[in-house]
Write a protein that binds this ligand. Structure first.
Ligand SMILES: NC(=O)c1ccc[n+]([C@@H]2O[C@H](COP(=O)([O-])OP(=O)(O)OC[C@H]3O[C@@H](n4cnc5c(N)ncnc54)[C@H](O)[C@@H]3O)[C@@H](O)[C@H]2O)c1
Length: 270
């Protein structure tokens, strides 16, 4: 019979080691905090080293377990070196969250080739490298959970942010293929595809030249988005982090190769 204890245990990450990329950013930081609050030791990694350190410090300040690392996911071998270091230090890696990402605004026709290379390197190759590094360790240890961050942009045409959506569609495909390849070793691979969440990334739409938030522009953007969403709101970072917790934990032990869409119901796929 399921009990309060067995349900709590299903979501409990005590004794697990988790690596979160993009942990200095909005969704990555909340995800690191949630995984740590669920008991994991979280390695907070970001190309922005001080931001990663700030996330880890916040977790440590609340009595959680965390470390930080400067990591550029687009650099070949960088994720593998970090994962190797984590596995040697902690005896394994149980959860890998590939959350680091960047955005460029461009139509397909106007897409600058260098910008295309840049976004492919971070948003697609960076996730591949992260999956490879974590996957090798997890296959060898006989289990683990990889969670990749895509976007609602993969569920519909994405005019103006096509290069970003192309990468995220690649992430969804990568997830399915890898899930089939590593399933027999007890390794699960899933994608989270968030809808709009006000964050450092989306702030470019409503930030004044002096760096302050233009609340009027923000409201003008967010309100219509909320109106066209069945749940009548945009997301908050914890909406996404709790999906990651579910996929990272034993509560989702029969779930792999899936795309989970915390988006208020704005785009449904059948
Ligand atoms: N905010 C949204 O509405 C939304 C919606 C769908 C998907 N997402 C995805 O969620 C993830 C997090 O986005 P966010 O909104 O929190 O943005 P954010 O800008 O707050 O966080 C992104 C983080 O990734 C880090 N990063 C960038 N390049 C990196 C690199 N080469 N190596 C390591 N770290 C790097 C940044 O320093 C930053 O801390 C991204 O993958 C994004 O595409 C966001």
């Amino acid at each position: 019979m399921e009990t309060a204890q067995s349900v709590r245990t299903a979501f409990d990450l005590t004794g697990r080691v988790a690596l979160v990329t993009g942990a200095g950013g909005s969704i990555g930081r909340t995800t690191a905090e949630v995984l740590a609050a669920a008991g994991a030791t979280v390695i907070c990694a970001d190309v922005n080293g001080p931001a990663a350190t700030e996330t880890a410090s916040g977790i440590l300040g609340l009595g959680g377990r965390a470390e930080s690392a400067e990591l550029d996911v687009s650099v070949r071998g960088a994720a593998e070196a970090l994962v190797g270091h984590i596995a040697a230090r902690h005896g394994g890696l149980h959860v890998m969250c590939n959350i680091a990402g960047i955005m460029i605004d461009s139509t397909i026709i106007d897409l600058d080739p260098d910008e295309f290379d840049r976004i492919l390197s971070v948003n697609l190759k960076g996730v591949v490298y992260g999956c490879q590094a974590a996957g090798k360790v997890m296959v060898a240890q006989g289990g683990g959970s990889i969670v990749n961050m895509a976007s609602a942009a993969v569920l519909a045409p994405a005019p103006g942010i096509g290069p970003y959506a192309i990468c995220k569609a690649g992430v969804a495909q990568l997830t399915q293929t890898m899930a089939v390849e590593v399933g027999e070793y007890g390794v699960r691979v899933n994608t989270v595809a968030p809808g709009f969440v006000p964050s450092n990334m989306t702030a470019r739409y409503y930030t004044n030249p002096d760096g302050t938030v233009n609340e009027e522009t923000k409201a003008a953007m967010v309100k219509p988005m909320a109106r066209m969403t069945p749940l009548r709101r945009v997301g908050v970072t914890s909406d996404i982090a709790y999906c990651v917790l579910y996929l990272a934990s034993d509560a989702s032990s029969f779930v792999t190769g899936q795309l989970l869409s915390p988006n208020g119901g704005v785009s449904m796929h059948y």
